[in-house]
Ligand binder design. Sequence first.
Ligand SMILES: C[S@@+](CC[C@H](N)C(=O)[O-])C[C@H]1O[C@@H](n2cnc3c(N)ncnc32)[C@H](O)[C@@H]1O
Length: 271
Amino acid sequence: MDNFMQMTKELGHKPELLRLRALDATYDDALEGKLVVAPIDMNEPGKKILDSGTADGTWLRGVRSKQSAQHHYFGSDVEGELFPEDTDGITYFAHSFKDPWPQQYLGTFDLVHIRGSMAGSAPEGPAPVIKNLTTLLKSGGWVQLMEMNGFSAPKNGPAMTDFAKMASEMFTGIGVGDFANNNKSLLEEAGLVNVQEKRVIVNLGKKAKPEFQEISIHGVTGPIVPLTSVARTVPTSFTSEQFDTLPSRVKEELQTEGGQVEMVIAFGQKA
Ligand SMILES: C[S@@+](CC[C@H](N)C(=O)[O-])C[C@H]1O[C@@H](n2cnc3c(N)ncnc32)[C@H](O)[C@@H]1O
């Protein structure tokens, strides 16, 4: 995924952060505002919550905005430059989820969350990252993972079908495989209990509510150019011309007929 990060860097971080916020609003709507799916009593104050691969902390701020109780929020990302200048009470630290976690955080968290970042586990894949995440949990704490299902995507028009195909071939090529659908069993293999999965359909473009139509198109089409640039580096069934035309085809299809993606949320608890 280095190629993806390099490209979004060259474009400047701002467009990528705006895109992530657009997508966050779309997910928030699909989840009916329930960003924390793991059964944690958020009314009990003092929970310790980490979002790894947080970018600018959008998910953390979204979670915090819905709570009446006070909690401790932490965000980490391999790209420390994405953190907001005004940390607004959230503790940020630069860290790759592939590396051992800082000693002071081990065994201390009630919830550790990753969304849309697991492709960054290449080339080793998500299993060691998930195992590593569990070291952060206190007894009774939860890991929650949310990723797009590119391998058995909802039925869509030809452009969105090609987008899912491109994503799945690219994920296979970089060595992370079908992580969205595998996360549940990986949480079990990492020794967590009460492991569950929730699937949510996210409507895009013309299929979305009026206020989410434009932002959902932006949220999904934004990363297609960088994603195709990663896909070009591994064996796939796509020609160079098909990669070139994919972003505009997806945009047009979402504007004219809309589309859907399925997000898979897997969560499990430390005994
Ligand atoms: C598509 S963005 C998702 C951001 C955020 N989680 C969200 O849902 O809005 C992927 C993020 O994962 C981060 N990332 C990639 N590889 C990582 C790694 N090895 N460790 C930590 N973060 C990583 C990237 O820097 C980027 O901010």
